[in-house]
Design a protein around this ligand. Structure first.
Ligand SMILES: Cc1cc2nc3c(=O)[nH]c(=O)nc-3n(C[C@H](O)[C@H](O)[C@H](O)COP(=O)(O)OP(=O)(O)OC[C@H]3O[C@@H](n4cnc5c(N)ncnc54)[C@H](O)[C@@H]3O)c2cc1C
Ligand code: SF4
Ligand code: SF4
Length: 346
């Protein structure tokens, strides 16, 4: 019989990825199982812990507080029962006797009975849509850039702008590029950023170019109010962005007629794509993925491999609230599988 070296540490569960989904799963599992969390970055929290509060004189219910609350609940991790391995990535997996032997970049190995993939997403790289000029023209920003700066000093340049435009669905809803899915969050964050900017800079004219407005989840009335009062919603997608005298120009093409509209700044509402870590891990663990590269969830976080589970945005676009609840839901499924196994072996 093939055995792993007896000196290797053995865990009930190895969680790959310490974003809000992986952490909330760890929170549920830690009183019951022996576990380890492996995070490729030097810090935990994933993208949710990098996003800014969009409150003006009132809360705009952007969901970032769900991540903040989780951070409070978890504290400084010093007394957290699971082990954390930071700055490491899985490089190989072998399977023996219903256990997984996982090896990491630093040469470290461990054995786990179950694996939870929570390797998340990355913000879409707007340079992949070169016609919108991100990285080439001044005053073309991405939504995440604006979000990350909201909490610090705001984006100071917006003070001098009179007229800005959002372009929705950048990187999403594109079947040709195998990204036909809706990223779920970008209509909502664009409207909340609009409200925040209009609050800071009341003179600002904000136009939003969209093909389909998704006001998902709760607080739809608030978002409808913002879209009515703060932005001009224009159902028309620009063909490309040009730059003239340092100003972005949106170019539209209709029935061979070309129209150009000048702005002081353009914000590209980028969505989500599977993180490079999600793609790598899917390959190493040999789990099925969908056309876009998200890991296929066959129900309750189960994947095409036995005892390998997936949660959060590794299996598809979700907001923070949904990623957290998914992490908890899949953790309950893992617990029920372990309990059944214990009943069989005892
Ligand atoms: C532009 C943008 C704006 C957004 N705005 C909002 C908003 O306003 N409100 C809202 O509710 N949601 C928003 N979201 C969505 C939010 O970011 C996600 O819901 C949340 O981050 C998902 O958490 P997660 O744990 O699934 O994934 P992630 O946050 O991606 O965490 C995954 C973790 O896994 C790690 N990892 C990756 N690969 C590996 C590997 N191979 N091994 C180990 N670890 C690995 C990563 O480093 C990361 O820490 C936004 C997303 C984007 C892209
Ligand atoms: S706007 Fe978002 S981060 Fe700010 S208080 Fe409200 S929910 Fe929390
Ligand atoms: S949330 Fe809005 S901007 Fe984002 S992909 Fe869906 S429809 Fe497009």
């Amino acid at each position: 019989m093939n055995r792993f070296p007896s000196s290797l540490p053995i865990y009930d569960i190895a969680i790959l990825g310490a974003g809000v989904a992986g952490l909330s799963a760890a929170q549920i599992l830690s009183p019951f199982l022996k576990g380890v969390v492996i995070e490729s970055e030097k810090q935990v929290g994933g993208i949710a812990w990098q996003l800014g509060c969009k409150a003006t004189d009132r809360c705009l219910y952007c969901g970032v507080c769900y991540g903040i609350q989780l951070r409070r609940d978890l504290g400084d991790f010093s007394s957290f029962p699971f082990e954390f391995i930071l700055g490491q990535q899985l490089v190989s997996m072998s399977e023996r006797n219903e256990n997984y032997h996982l090896s990491f970049k630093n040469g470290r190995s461990l054995i786990a009975h179950s694996i939870l993939i929570a390797t998340g997403i990355q913000p879409f790289d707007a340079r992949q849509v070169p016609q919108y000029g991100y990285g080439s023209f001044p005053h073309v920003y991405t939504g995440i850039e604006v979000e990350r700066n909201l909490n610090s000093e705001g984006i100071k340049a917006f003070h001098s702008y009179q007229k800005i435009a959002f372009i929705q669905c950048v990187g999403s809803r594109n079947f040709k590029e195998k990204r036909g899915y809706c990223s779920q969050v970008c209509c909502r964050y664009a409207l909340r950023i609009s409200e925040d900017l209009a609050f800071q800079y009341p003179h600002l004219q904000i136009d939003m170019y969209y093909m389909d407005l998704q006001l998902l989840g709760g607080k739809k009335e608030l978002l409808a109010e913002i879209s009515k009062n703060r932005v001009r919603l224009i159902r028309h997608m620009p063909y490309r962005v040009e730059s003239s005298n340092g100003k972005p120009i949106l170019v539209f093409e209709d029935d061979q007629k070309v129209t150009r509209v000048e702005y002081d700044a353009v914000i590209l509402s980028i969505g989500m794509t599977p993180s490079p870590g999600t793609k790598k891990v899917a390959n190493i663990l040999r789990v099925n993925i969908d056309d876009a590269g998200f890991i296929k969830d066959y129900g309750d976080g189960t994947t095409s491999q036995e005892n390998i589970f997936v949660c959060g945005t590794a299996s598809g676009a979700k907001d923070i609230e949904k990623a957290i609840s998914d992490g908890k839901r899949v953790a309950q499924q893992i617990l029920s599988v372990h309990r059944k196994l214990q009943q069989v072996t005892s």
